[in-house]
Design a protein around this ligand. Structure first.
Ligand code: SF4
Length: 319
């Protein structure tokens, strides 16, 4: 598959595009993400022709549909920036980006908590930047995070896993199928590889996906892939938890019991309990399971996304 593409606020990459001619270089985005993904920089304010250095702008009015106004001049940029972000988001969709990292608190890029001035001038941090709002409207399933969120290890891990899941799903949706039956085959095989990961994120939704794939084996609907994609995306929105990881590890043990000696089963059961009780890490249990299931140097679980949902360098849990 193609390299994963992520759209990024250009100032996070060290580009001098901020109103004061500076940048907001973020080492995680510019170095770690860049090492594994193709980053697509964008700066709505520069691209709308504001130039640099420039007068800063702020949001005014209805937080659901704010206007973008120059701080001193009162110049109204709403129409120009609005048209620009509509066009850019359409382009990003056509480029099949798998995620987006935006600068927090910006009237253009901020995802939430952006200051919006009421008519009486009072500022309330309840807004969303114009680009972030357009992304939400046009590409609602796209994983979007702000750089501040990525400083939290749990949020970063969830974002990265969602981005790579989105990319795999996009590969499924882009694969041609001769007819509805062939489309079902592609979905069923995809679901087999994603099943443990989906269960860790949302077991109830995964069970629904199991039913969708199983029930439609006889007469797959033409829109199976679209229905599967919607529920898959919703499932991955939920964070995996320790309790759900424990359930998945126990299920893997049950599924593969016949291939393991009684002694190995006991070792894995004990390791799962240690993980549940915070005496060992998830990755230690995963490594133990994979080692026991290796044949010819390859784990038979090697094609399961659960064991490699993202490159190991980007997935903190696995480092
Ligand atoms: S926050 Fe967005 S609009 Fe502002 S400088 Fe960065 S990329 Fe440009």
């Amino acid at each position: 598959m193609d390299r994963v593409r992520i759209a990024v606020s250009a100032c996070l990459l060290g580009e001098n595009v901020r109103y004061d001619g500076g940048h907001k270089y973020d080492p995680y985005v510019a170095e770690e993400l860049a090492a594994h993904c193709e980053l697509v920089p964008l700066c709505p304010e520069m691209e709308a022709g504001m130039g640099v250095p420039r007068e800063p702008v702020h949001l005014v009015g209805d937080p659901a549909a704010p206007r973008m106004i120059g701080n001193q001049s009162g110049e109204d940029w709403t129409v120009r920036v609005g048209a620009l972000v509509r066009e850019r988001v359409t382009q990003l969709g056509a480029m099949r980006i798998a995620g987006c990292v935006l600068k927090s608190r910006s009237p253009s890029c901020g995802i939430d908590g952006v200051d919006v001035a009421a008519e009486d001038g009072r500022l309330e941090p309840i807004g969303r930047g114009l680009l972030a709002a357009q992304l939400r409207r046009q590409l609602p399933s796209l994983p979007v995070e702000q750089e501040r969120g990525l400083h939290d290890v749990g949020r970063r891990e969830h974002f990265v896993v969602r981005v790579f899941a989105h990319h795999r799903l996009d590969g499924l949706l882009a694969t041609d199928a001769a007819d509805a039956s062939a489309a079902w085959g592609l979905v069923a095989e995809f679901h087999r590889r994603e099943s443990y990961l989906l269960t860790a994120h949302n077991p109830r939704n995964c069970a629904e996906l199991d039913r969708l794939v199983a029930v439609t084996a006889e007469r797959p609907p033409a829109d199976l892939r679209a229905r599967y994609a919607d529920l898959y995306t919703e499932t991955m929105r939920t964070c995996a938890t320790v309790v759900q990881h424990v359930a998945v590890l126990q299920r893997i043990l049950r599924d593969l019991r016949v291939q393991l000696t009684a002694r190995t089963q006991e070792d894995i059961t004990a390791a799962i309990a240690d993980y549940r009780d915070e005496r060992t890490s998830l990755v230690d249990v995963m490594n133990l399971i994979e080692r026991q299931l290796e044949t010819g140097g390859r784990s038979i679980l090697g094609d399961q996304s659960y064991f490699a949902p993202a490159p190991v360098e980007l997935w903190p849990c696995r480092r």
